[in-house]
Ligand binder design. Sequence first.
Ligand code: CO
Length: 132
Amino acid sequence: MIGRLNHIAIAVPDLAVAAAKYRDLLGALVGQPQALLEHGVTVVFIDTGNSKVELLEPLGEDSPIAGFLAKNPGGGMHHICFEVPDLAAAAARMVAGGARVLGEPKIGAHGRPVVFVHPKDFDGVLIELEEV
Ligand code: CO
């Protein structure tokens, strides 16, 4: 059922500072910032070869990562995203196993349907499932 690790998302208080670290200290391929208004974040994608890191900075008043950064002002790992071939089947399997799926599937930052699974049901880690 599980596919590739699509990305690890890290919420950061300052996108430019964080992106510079990945570029200068790790020598990573760092993309340009993209403002995703409908998702309430500005994102920088980092190509790690076998996966991606997404640096997320809040955008706008109702950013979904504002609360996380209030609790973790220095930044921190926000979620990890796994690819699945069939999102509805994956979500149903989660629910059947007692894990809380947060809301209905919606179109994620990559233009594909995603759902999130409650971190309390996954060892403290917010899980994103993306249909690929
Ligand atoms: Co994500």
